[in-house]
Each structure stands twice: as structure tokens, then as C-alpha cells.
Design a protein around this ligand. Structure first.
Ligand code: ATP
Length: 204
């Protein structure tokens, strides 16, 4: 058994990371963009590791930390990822070190993670529990309208996202979900204020 990587618990407790999740199209990017614009120095957005090759214009350490499959799997063994997954033959993961370095700079790390990753973070053996925020669309119909008007996906991709959204909503409503707060993104300004309050105001 490989030894597990060490964790800077003090830094992660002083600046508790925030995990934001929610179906594709719920508005996570829109709300986070606003938050980073309003507070340019307060947050860090974690950069993932991947085994896929860099695309033209991508830089190691900017879009991703590009690593070999061997190094990736070695870090998996050492429990060095708070969550990781495989898509299309490539591995992707969020390392403890990346999140920790943001906390050590006195910033709050914001993690935009999908449902399976959320489960892994919540069940990680050594990583201190972050705070979990779920962003929900007001309804499936409105989610569908937003995905269509975003106009970034083909029909098949939209159907896939909607099916996955149902699974995510069911999980969020189940007792197993770790979410500390659910924000419904109906009116964008209102949802933004709720997200900001949750993120900025630490729990008592
Ligand atoms: N409250 C809102 N009212 C109307 N439209 C909204 C609202 N919030 C977000 N949108 C729009 O919905 C679309 C989806 O939002 P966004 O891309 O931020 O979702 P996301 O959760 O980041 O999705 P993904 O996980 O696929 O990146 C965008 O076109 C955005 O402008």
C-alpha cells in the first residue's frame, strides 16, 4: 500500500473550500463568474489534473495539470485526489495539493464538481469536509429552455444533459446528499445573493 499524501488540515479549516454542484445548465458558471468579478482576490478556482494531451493553446498548470497515466494512477493510490473520474478514455481529478495551495494563500477554493465527484469528496478518508452548495434550476422545463437558449449543444447532448439532470435532482433530494445549502436559480440576482451569502458568511 502506498502511503497517503499528507493534508494541511489547518489551512483547509481556516479557509474551508466550497463545492458547488448542480445540473448542467443550472447556472453555476454564470453565478461563479459574477462572484469572481465582485471579489477578484478572495477566491481560487482549482485546476484539475488530466491524462489527456494538451490542445493547441492550452498551457500546463493553466487549463489543467497535464500528467502521465502512470503519475495519475500513482496519486490515486496515495489518495492524493479528492475526486477523480474517467471520461472518454482519459482520467481527470482534483488533487488535494491544488486545493490546499489555494487555502494556504488565504483564499477560498471553489470547486465545480459533478455528482459522482461530490460523493467522493464527501466520503474522502483524509480530506476535511468542505461546504457543499447545490444550485438547482427552478424546474426541468426551465432547465430545458435554458439549455436550448444557451445554444452550445446539439439535440442529443441536450437530451443527455436533461437525463443526467433528473439523476442529479433525485440525488439532491435524497437523504444521502451532503449539501449544506440548496439555492434555486429562478431570478438570477436573487440566486446570486443567496450563493454569495452562503459562501461569504461562514456558518456559526
Ligand atoms: N436565473 C437565470 N435566468 C435565466 N437564465 C439563466 C439564469 N441563470 C443562468 N441562465 C442561463 O442559463 C444557461 C446555463 O447557465 P450556465 O452555463 O451558467 O450553467 P452551468 O450550470 O454552468 O452549466 P454547465 O455545468 O454545463 O457548465 C446560460 O445561457 C445562462 O445565461
Amino acid at each position: 500500500m502506498a502511503p497517503t499524501v499528507s493534508v494541511d488540515e489547518a489551512a483547509l479549516k481556516a479557509n474551508v473550500p466550497i463545492v458547488i454542484s448542480g445540473p448542467s445548465g443550472a447556472g453555476k458558471s454564470t453565478i461563479l463568474k459574477r462572484l469572481f468579478e465582485e471579489f477578484p482576490d478572495k477566491f481560487g478556482f482549482s485546476i484539475s489534473h488530466t491524462t489527456r494531451s494538451p490542445r493547441a493553446g492550452e498551457e500546463n498548470g493553466r487549463e489543467y495539470h497535464f500528467v502521465s497515466k502512470e503519475d495519475f494512477l500513482d496519486l490515486v493510490d496515495k489518495k492524493g485526489f479528492i475526486e477523480h473520474a474517467q471520461f472518454g478514455g482519459n482520467h481527470y481529478g482534483t488533487s488535494i495539493k491544488t486545493v490546499e495551495e489555494i487555502a494556504e494563500k488565504g483564499k477560498i477554493c471553489i470547486l465545480d464538481i459533478e455528482m459522482e465527484g461530490v460523493k467522493q469528496v464527501a466520503n474522502h478518508p483524509t480530506f476535511p469536509r468542505p461546504r457543499f452548495l447545490f444550485l438547482s434550476p427552478p424546474s426541468m422545463d426551465i432547465l430545458e429552455q435554458r439549455l436550448r437558449s444557451r445554444a452550445t449543444d446539439k439535440e442529443e447532448a441536450i437530451q443527455k444533459r436533461l437525463n443526467q439532470a433528473k439523476v442529479e435532482m433525485e440525488f439532491a433530494e435524497s437523504g444521502e446528499a451532503p449539501h449544506d445549502k440548496v439555492v434555486v436559480n429562478d431570478d438570477l440576482d436573487k440566486a446570486y445573493r443567496e450563493v454569495r451569502r452562503f459562501i461569504i458568511e461562514k456558518p456559526a
